[in-house]
Design a protein around this ligand. Structure first.
Ligand SMILES: NC(=O)c1ccc[n+]([C@@H]2O[C@H](COP(=O)([O-])OP(=O)(O)OC[C@H]3O[C@@H](n4cnc5c(N)ncnc54)[C@H](OP(=O)(O)O)[C@@H]3O)[C@@H](O)[C@H]2O)c1
Length: 275
């Protein structure tokens, strides 16, 4: 069976930064549908795309209209209504031949400071965002394992990434750029993440994936390298210290390793972000 027939994929948040990259990676190979919350005439004319606002609409209507075999959740917005949406998605998955790929975050470990985190480590967060992601993760983990893939993702960069655009705006307006000198992170790009998702779909992989660069880098070093590539004059930095010692916010793989060509180093993330 050709892939086009094999999977019907629904990308929730198809017009977002990551959702859009995923769509571009997958649509040549699969039947891909998507949802958007902010209307535009281009999206409205495209029959593959559905207007959906989780604060107002029930996701079940979209699921029934598209009957996906894979749902990729790349949403943002109100945590309470996102939670309800994922409860309805879970019910749908229980009853149908369907799997979810959920974009989670390194923040599910943001209460730990001393080490990078691995797939089987217990999650613990001190942020509302981290708590929310943990809640959805735990809900999905109650489904049969073949029906879910949880992708824990660190800060995403890449060409045109909102994080890069924000730096450019701050530079233009000569505003201080926030850096966290004792925060050790790993990073990725929207394109690499999309290729990794493509692989997870093709190989029918499930479970927890830690999809950050293989190496770690200090936040201030990484951001300063980006800034140096963009300007010649002396930029202004605001150094933010949240702890006295180094603190990790990094997700590394140990159990679910992807092939070498799908791994990335922070220097490649940098290169791909400042093209
Ligand atoms: N970017 C990162 O560095 C990063 C890191 C780790 C994890 N993640 C996770 O990756 C996912 C995607 O992030 P992103 O950076 O691509 O975000 P984004 O660019 O802000 O995209 C979010 C998407 O959610 C949709 N959305 C927002 N409010 C909605 C609502 N009320 N109802 C329905 N849809 C709504 C938006 O639709 P419209 O565009 O149509 O308004 C957009 O398509 C998120 O779950 C995020 O937590 C991101």
């Amino acid at each position: 069976m050709s892939n086009k027939k094999k999977h019907k994929i629904l990308v929730l948040g198809v017009n977002g930064f990551i959702g859009n990259a995923i769509y571009k990676e997958l649509y040549p190979y699969f039947r891909v549908f998507g949802t958007y919350a902010t209307s535009s005439t281009v999206l409205e004319k495209n029959k593959q795309f559905f207007h959906y606002n989780h604060e107002e609409d029930d996701v079940v209507e979209i699921l029934e209209a598209t009957k996906p075999s894979i749902i990729i959740s790349a949403l943002r917005g109100n945590f309470a209504t996102q939670t309800i949406a994922h409860q309805h998605i879970s019910e749908y998955i229980k009853q149908n031949d369907c799997k979810i790929i959920f974009l989670s975050s390194a923040n599910v470990f943001d209460a730990y400071k001393n080490y990078p985190s691995y797939e089987l480590d217990k999650t613990l967060s001190s942020s509302i965002y981290g708590h929310f992601k943990i809640k959805i993760e735990n809900m999905l983990m109650r489904l049969p394992k073949r029906k879910w893939a949880i992708l824990r993702v660190p800060m995403v960069f890449g060409q045109g990434a909102p994080r890069i655009e924000e730096i450019k705006t701050y530079l233009k307006e000569k505003l201080p750029i926030e850096v966290f000198p004792n925060l050790i992170i790993n990073v990725t790009t929207d394109d690499k993440l999309s290729q990794q998702i493509h692989y997870i779909i093709n190989r029918n992989k499930s479970g927890i994936f830690h999809l950050g660069s293989t190496d770690l880098i200090h936040h201030d070093e990484f951001i300063k390298e980006i800034v140096t590539s963009l300007v010649v004059y002396n930029p202004i930095y605001k150094q933010v210290y949240t702890t006295n010692d180094d603190r990790y916010l990094a997700v590394l793989p140990k159990e679910n390793l992807l092939p070498k060509n799908l791994q990335i180093e922070s220097k490649d993330v940098l290169k791909m972000s400042i093209l």
